[in-house]
Design a protein. Sequence first.
Length: 376
Amino acid sequence: MVILHIVDPTTGLDAFDTLALLVNTMAGTHHVLVLGHYGWSDAAVLAGIPRRVLRWSRALGRWDPTVRQAVRRAIHEIQPSHVHAWGGWSMNALGGFDGPCLASVQLPQSKRQLAILRSAMKHRPWLVLTTSHAAREFLVHAGLARLRLLAVAPGAWTAPHLPPVPRNLRRILGLQPREGPALLLGGWSEPTFRQDHAIWATAIISHLYPEVWGLIRSDPIPRQEWVHPFAGYQSFTHTLKDPQLIAIAPVQYSWRQLAAFADLFVFTPDGPAGMNSLLAALACGKPIVSTATAPVRELLEDGRNALLAAPENPREIAARIRTLLCDDALRQRLSAAAQATFQQYCSGQRLTEQMASIYAQVEQDPALRSPVAPPL
């Protein structure tokens, strides 16, 4: 089994971790074609995808001729048994190809991305994999033709060569050292994520617990629509009474490393958002405070493996954080339940076994098993 994975600027950043897991642990020969500027290739390497399986091609948009040319060249040289598209550009470029093609859609799509999907699905049947019930509902209600949906478990991958985060991280970042609990504020600065609410909640808590501090991870690829929100968060942290309350960790530290370092994890989306930071916190068995959005409730239950608060309510988020800080027994119980949730529903082994079964199923499907080849 030879699988060509294609990622592009419409691919969610969380997909790189999942792809790294498949490439490094699943049987078969894997190749990864990265479309876009060089930052996307760097993000793939940073996630743990080996350079030896990577190909990169600059692309300026889904209608850029170099997209189809790069895909055509890769298919001709690799001769894959499967092609797995991880973004809208990739699906659009594969619309005219014969052979077993899969696509991963992790989140509900914007109107622009939905138009790309509709264009791609005009020419061939697709097997679309999703890890989110919200994404599945979105695709069903969008009325996309020639579409079959399969649900897969989310997975998390940690590159084995990454060292742990040093305990004196604040001193390394040039900030005054604090001995209090570290709150990891998860998620990327994407439009559906409200890290400013997590920062506000941390600021509220700091009035009661002056030694508490927050930690945010830098975005590996600041996309154009994310640059202004992230710069706003940086400016926001400097307008607080204590500008050193929030530290921004270098992107070289993975979510799993930062989650292992932190004492509590705070997750504050107000809609569908990338979940890999949450998966890292579950894997590390960290006490979790999260907003109760629909995708979050697929994994977390208030009082069982996390404490949930209403979205867009920093005061309630702060109250949940305070509850955890005041109750050692509750933190220990939620930590054990979080780790059990990860092992039961989200482990990398479960994902690789499920994907291996799906690839085998696709290979035997009469509608999809013809060899992959570019058009003449």
